[in-house]
Design a protein around this ligand. Structure first.
Ligand SMILES: Cc1cc2nc3c(=O)[nH]c(=O)nc-3n(C[C@H](O)[C@H](O)[C@H](O)COP(=O)(O)OP(=O)(O)OC[C@H]3O[C@@H](n4cnc5c(N)ncnc54)[C@H](O)[C@@H]3O)c2cc1C
Ligand SMILES: Cc1cc2nc3c(=O)[nH]c(=O)nc-3n(C[C@H](O)[C@H](O)[C@H](O)COP(=O)(O)O)c2cc1C
Length: 469
């Protein structure tokens, strides 16, 4: 994360009523991890009432400000109109389940099927009972668990519907991929619940759910292993055959916006365009309040530990909070990494572009706020510091200009024991980020817009509020 003084001063935010003394307003001793993380330029308030302090549940913050309006809310109609027979629902807070859902939808092409991704929050789930109206139809659920075995925010209504509903789902084929972490008491609770409940409602499971252990380093490996068993099971069930590798299928198309007025270009805003200049009530998780830092004080004197006392100014925001609620810090990637990627790919990072979903039926029109510059996307919206996933590297193979780099990438992303070992050694153990990959494989020159499509979204960092109002 960037250690630099943010480029957009908080004091520019018009809601500031208390002037921020310079020596207190900015982070001055950014020598430890937590400190450097807090150097992100945007601090947003989140306020969630009645949450337990030890198990805070946070609200989804990544919103799609440009998402188009939903004309026909019926996902069954959408599937019929676009001749799709696979629907992949995701319950996701920080994007992993959503990313895997996208991958499963893409996979379906390899089996002569056609998939679409769906946010359960935007669907009338009682329509599931109509899924059997479509030939060889399949519903997949990638469900993450949070809190004390709770669903994600976007799966809350689905969860309630499952609990209360008595819909007859006979004839509906489904499978669940549960995302969780074994260190939690209620491991994979949501995935397990969905699996059990759908079967109770008479739906037919296509692949018995396997409880997978998720850790930070092997979450993708678990997913890859699961789908290796899953698709053959689907083939067997429906009597279909794999049609071969689908190659690279783009989910978004790029448009270069040459003559777009400045005020229409996102500059790092997480939600509303222009919110750095002008914030508008009411504030909530989808329109977070950018709070100026009023006091920033190191509590530890000496030693190598750091603990900050930070006060935010929420004057005029009408926000109420209590101890145990939390704030979100939006980090900004280091400019050296961003510039490094631009240099390696030989692109002008000031180019303004828009990525638009090629699937006209999709509710999510853009992967992150667009239009913006490549620099903004790589600095504010995309994670360029974590090791890239196998799924991303696999799509990079075609961009390697030298045969040896192509072979190396293909070997590393193959689902063989050797490939997995190579990925673990070269990517995970060495903690190679995308820039390091590009530097170490100089012939690799992916299209920057494709890279922007594939990189995971940069996540907010949450911090519990320790003081009462
Ligand atoms: C609801 C909630 C409340 C929370 N409250 C608090 C709280 O009050 N206090 C608190 O301390 N935490 C709290 N947390 C946890 C905190 O949000 C996370 O720990 C946060 O992600 C830490 O952010 P970070 O940027 O420091 O670390 P990370 O998010 O882990 O980011 C570290 C970065 O460094 C990179 N990196 C790691 N290793 C290497 C390497 N070897 N070489 C190069 N780069 C590397 C990674 O790729 C990554 O980009 C809370 C979390 C939640 C969900
Ligand atoms: C605050 C928090 C609470 C979590 N609670 C649980 C839990 O109760 N059970 C579980 O199996 N996993 C739990 N997890 C792990 C997540 O389910 C897991 O990281 C998952 O991959 C996240 O998917 P997502 O990125 O799609 O939101 C928790 C993670 C966080 C950050």
């Amino acid at each position: 994360m960037s250690d630099e003084v943010p480029n957009i001063p908080m004091t520019d935010v018009p809601v500031t009523e208390v002037p921020v003394p310079e020596e207190e307003a900015w982070f001055s001793t950014l020598d430890l991890l937590i400190l450097s993380m807090l150097a992100g330029f945007a601090v947003y308030w989140l306020f969630f009432k009645n949450k337990k302090q030890e198990q805070p549940v946070f609200k989804k913050l990544v919103v799609q400000p440009m998402a188009g309006k939903i004309d026909d809310p019926s996902f069954i109609n959408k599937m019929k109109n676009s001749k799709r027979n696979v629907i992949v629902f995701y319950g996701s807070q920080t994007g992993t389940a959503e990313e895997f859902a996208g991958r499963l939808a893409k996979d379906s092409i390899m089996y002569g099927m056609k998939g679409m991704v769906a946010d359960p929050e935007e669907c009338e789930l009682y329509e599931l009972s109509r899924l059997s109206e479509i030939d060889n139809a399949l519903a997949l659920f990638c469900m993450a668990t949070y809190g004390e075995g709770d669903p994600t925010d976007n799966a809350q209504d689905f969860y309630e519907w499952l609990q209360s509903g008595d819909t007859d789902l006979s004839g509906v084929k489904f499978a669940v991929f549960a995302l969780g972490n074994k260190t939690y008491e209620h491991y994979n609770a949501m995935g397990k619940y969905v699996d059990k409940r759908l079967e109770e409602l008479a739906a037919h499971v296509c692949l018995n759910l396997e409880w997978v252990m998720m850790t930070l380093s092997n979450i993708e490996e678990d997913f890859v292993n699961w789908r290796e068993k899953f698709w053959p099971a689907v083939c067997e069930h429906f009597g279909v055959e794999a049609t071969g590798d689908q190659g690279s299928v783009r989910q978004y198309s790029v448009t270069i916006n040459e003559d777009i007025p400045k005020e229409k270009i996102y500059t790092g805003e997480i939600a509303r365009l222009g919110s750095f200049i002008n914030q508008k009530l009411p504030y909530d998780a989808k329109n977070p309040y950018l709070a100026p830092v009023r006091v920033n004080r190191e509590l530890h004197k000496g030693g190598d530990r750091s603990c900050l006392h930070i006060e935010f100014d929420i004057t005029g925001s009408k926000i109420r909070y209590e101890a145990g609620d939390h704030v979100a810090v939006y980090p900004v990637n280091e400019s050296e990494i961003v510039e490094g990627i631009g240099k390696r790919l030989e692109v002008d990072l000031d180019t303004i572009f828009t990525l638009t979903n090629v699937d006209e039926e999709a509710n999510k029109k853009h992967p992150f706020p667009c239009p913006c510059s490549y620099r903004t996307a790589l600095s504010h919206y995309l994670d360029v510091t974590n090791p890239p996933r196998v799924l991303l590297l696999k799509e990079m193979v075609e961009y390697a200009r030298e045969e040896k780099d192509k072979e190396f990438l293909a070997k590393m992303t193959a689902s063989t024991a050797e490939g997995k070992q190579l990925y673990n050694d070269w990517i995970i153990k060495d903690h190679r980020n995308i820039l390091a990959v590009l530097e170490d494989l100089p012939s690799l020159k992916p299209a920057i817009d494709h890279l922007c499509e594939l990189l995971p979204k940069l996540q907010a960092r949450y911090y519990s509020i320790s003081s009462s109002p």
